[in-house]
Ligand binder design. Sequence first.
Ligand SMILES: [Zn+2]
Ligand SMILES: [Zn+2]
Length: 107
Amino acid sequence: MPSKLSAASKWDRILAQQREYIAKREKGYREQALKLYPWICGRCGREFTRANLRELTVHHVDHNHNNNPPDGSNWELLCIYCHDEEHAKFESLVQYGSHSDAVIKWL
Ligand SMILES: [Zn+2]
Ligand SMILES: [Zn+2]
């Protein structure tokens, strides 16, 4: 039991660090993208307000999170559901590239 617990909490900590890292990196381009584009999901057309804005995410069109041109040409605003689908599609294409990529994903 204790070993199971510690393994779980270790994994939790890794995930928490991962999220924090992504949140920091994401903050910059998310704010820019939200200024550039209307708050509408590019797939399902759902509209967003300040109240539910956290469900609107920035997708990288070429799936390269380091490619953030200031004109926003690599960004697309997607709701979390459409974003998930978009990545599921992509991941079935690359068939588990590296472990770190699979963990980092978009969130
Ligand atoms: Zn959507
Ligand atoms: Zn994405």
